[in-house]
Design a protein around this ligand. Structure first.
Ligand code: SAM
Length: 208
C-alpha cells in the first residue's frame, strides 16, 4: 500500500530506532496523570512508541499503511506477548473502531505526510469520534524551522517532495486552526529538534 515506506522498512527494520521517541516519553507522563488505559497510535511505523506504551501497561491499537511496518510490529508484539493489535490501514478511511472507545490517540510525524487540509479535517473528525469525551489527542508535525523546509519540489498545495518523501511543514497557526475547527482544545504546543527534523509537539483535548 505504501511503496516508499515499505522500501524504507525493508531496508532498515528499525529505521526510527529501537528506543521510544522523546515525544512518546513526554506523552506517557501526561497519559498517566490522566488515567489513560487504551490508546490508538496512527502511522505507528515499526512501532517504537507503541511497543513502549504497551510495555508500560497500556492497551494499544496501532495502524499504519505499510505492510512491512505492520508485519514487523506484529512479530514483536506476538514474540513479547505485548497488548498491541497492529493493523494495516490507510487513515484516509473511517477509523475501524466504535465511538468513544479510546482514552488517547497518538501520532508522531503522521499528519505532515501527503494529506490535503480537507483530509486532515476528516482524520481529526474521526479521531474525535473514537475518543472518549475529554479524551486526549497527541500529535507531532514537522514545521517551518525544519532544515528541509524550502527544499524539494512542490507536488501539491504546501506539500514538498524531498528525496521521495512528501511532506507538509506546518505553521503554529495552521495547527491551531485545524484543531480548533474540529473541536479540539489545544493544551500545549512546543517545539523540538529530533535529529534531523524540527517538529511541533501538540496535546489537545476533545471538547465533547
Ligand atoms: C514519519 S513516519 C513515522 C513513523 C512512526 N510514527 C515513528 O515515529 O516511528 C510516518 C508513518 O506514517 C505512515 N503513513 C503515512 N501515510 C499514511 C496513511 N495515509 N495511513 C496510514 N499510515 C500512513 C507511514 O507508513 C510511516 O510509517
Amino acid at each position: 500500500m505504501s511503496k516508499i515506506w515499505d522500501k524504507v522498512y525493508n531496508s532498515d527494520r528499525a529505521f526510527f530506532g529501537e528506543e521510544p521517541s522523546n515525544f512518546a516519553l513526554l506523552c506517557f507522563n501526561h497519559m498517566k496523570t490522566n488515567n489513560v488505559q487504551r490508546i490508538l497510535e496512527l502511522g505507528a511505523g515499526h512501532g517504537r512508541d507503541s511497543i513502549f506504551f504497551a510495555s508500560n501497561g497500556f492497551e494499544v491499537e496501532a495502524l499504519d499503511y505499510s505492510n512491512v511496518a505492520i508485519g514487523l510490529l506484529d512479530k514483536i508484539a506476538k514474540g513479547r506477548r505485548l497488548p498491541i493489535s497492529p493493523r494495516l490501514f490507510d487513515v484516509n478511511g473511517p477509523l475501524p473502531f466504535q465511538d468513544n472507545y479510546f482514552d488517547a490517540v497518538y501520532s508522531h510525524m503522521l499528519f505532515n505526510m501527503r494529506f490535503s487540509f480537507e483530509e486532515l479535517h476528516s482524520i481529526l473528525s474521526e479521531i474525535r469520534r473514537v475518543l472518549k469525551p475529554r479524551g486526549l489527542n497527541f500529535f507531532s508535525v514537522r514545521n517551518q524551522n525544519d532544515n528541509s523546509y524550502g527544499k524539494g519540489t512542490e507536488v501539491d498545495n504546501g506539500i514538498y517532495d524531498i528525496n521521495g518523501f512528501q511532506i507538509r511543514f506546518f505553521t503554529e497557526e495552521e495547527i491551531r486552526n485545524l484543531a480548533e475547527a474540529e473541536y479540539f482544545e489545544i493544551l500545549w504546543i512546543q517545539e523540538e529538534y529530533e535529529d534531523p527534523v524540527t517538529i511541533y509537539l501538540v496535546s489537545a483535548r476533545n471538547h465533547k
